[in-house]
Design a protein around this ligand. Sequence first.
Ligand code: ARG
Length: 589
Amino acid sequence: MKKLLDLISEEMMQAFEAAGFDAELGKVSVSNRPDLCEYQCNGAMAGAKKYHKAPIMIANAVAEQLQDSKVLEGVTAVNPGFLNFNLSDSFLKEYVKELSESDKFGLEMPAQPKKIIIDYGGPNVAKPLHVGHLRSAVIGESIKRMQRFCGNDVTGDIHLGDWGLQMGLIITELQKRKPELCYFDDSFTGEYPAEAPFTISELEEIYPTASGKSKEDPAYKAEAMEATKKLQQGVRGYRALWDHIIKVSVTDLKQNYEKLNVEFDLWNGESSVHDAIPAMVTYMKEGGYAHISDGALVVDVKEETDTREIPPCMILKSDGASLYNTTDLATITVRMRDMKPDSIIYVVDKRQELYFEQVFRCARKTKLVKPETELHFVGFGTMNGSDGKPFKTRQGGVMRLENLIKEINEEMYGKITENQKDISDEEAKQISQMIALSAIKYGDLSNQASKDYCFDIDRFTSFEGDTGPYILYTIVRMKSILNKYKEQGGSLEGLQLQNPGSAAEKELMRTIAKFNAMMENANAELAPHKVCAFIYELSNAFNSFYHGTKILAEENAERKAGLVALLLLCKNMLETCIDVLGFAAPERM
Ligand code: ARG
């Protein structure tokens, strides 16, 4: 469907043309004086010079053309030459009706869907998820859903950190603790046990211990580096151990992401592309892209126009070991080969911006991607506590993600059991989890991703204000009205929208009508916060309408059906939007 503002502009442009002026002057914008009118056009002011006429004369001539318009109402020329006007009620009704009957509320699908890969989540195996991992998961999941909703072909890839020194550290520490394990016995030729020699909690303790030791003891670090190298070279026992680490860790990660309603299509990792590295390195050398600098293999990526120092992209360290860069570039190679994406989107901490700038430049310079392949870096800011410093536990430690979720679930459980007395404990828990998730996700997504934000539990869990729970509360209110309507014998089939009967109702319809333009723009800008801003506006518009309108008590049956139709549409739209954001509403709360 065409966008409402474009249709309004078209009407105005035709009027300019009919009055003998350039159609281009007829661009319309939303009024910046909503007390006077809904829309305005300032084209007459711009045309004055060209036509050597007073702007008010142009405006008057254009207004004249629009007296019988089916689209615009009350078009008035105002000194010195503005055109102020409203949208016709029946045109608005017809537009909203068409939108409610069309797929995806009138959002147009691309003629050619884009193939997109979203690289998000990015946890490191054997390390527990902490709040720092929240943002990539939440923002990435939402961008993925939004792109899908907008008709693109999207694959989400978690890109596990599963190949670096951390693996060598774990193996080294294990060997110190359990040297008798068959994985460390070079002469062992049998089949390795199916059971891992550690649990997830042991693993989560082993890694920080090993990491601590390696910082203090150079010999220990050297051992860990050696273990990393042996693992990467494919030493059998080390690979078997590594398989266990991955399996135990991924099982745990899956449970945690499930709690967040985050789902990956691919569970690839840095290790997945290990075998693609040698060919890529040869290609970069033979293509003359890479050269040796201080023993390391690098690709220069600085450009003349740079205003800051962009260091070369290192492909191999002087000892021949690969780095974070290497796996990212090799991942690009493999993705291009196997999936041929039009676009790759990375949702990563903004502190890695320079790093990605190097990687992207290197990928372009070495032609790992096509000139038209889009590479996007969506860098997000830090989640801070109320003190403005990175979010910590009350004791000042790093907050584990599962504990944060648990804390908010409990907070919500308290509220729900207070509000709803006749509810089973199981349902109370389930509802609390849904609201808690909305609090966490909306609290995050409603901020522009690149900005730091303050995770304020009291504010985020409030049922009032710009919060997830407020949006859910609005949806639950709508569901309850619809249920009552059905209890009264009403049916939700075949409801007909009516012309708006009040200013609040018209405002609600005008808000609904913005959906397609909003979604298209939010998606193009990879900006879930725009969807949040929209649903907050829509919820407010609905609540103002609801407070001033009798719906179930309306006596005129046709009008009542029209109001219910509007409410139903509004509920469906809100539910669609929160699904794009990655959460859902309960039946009651
Ligand atoms: N594992 C990385 C980290 O913890 C994040 C991965 C981001 N994605 C990527 N393709 N480099 O910093």
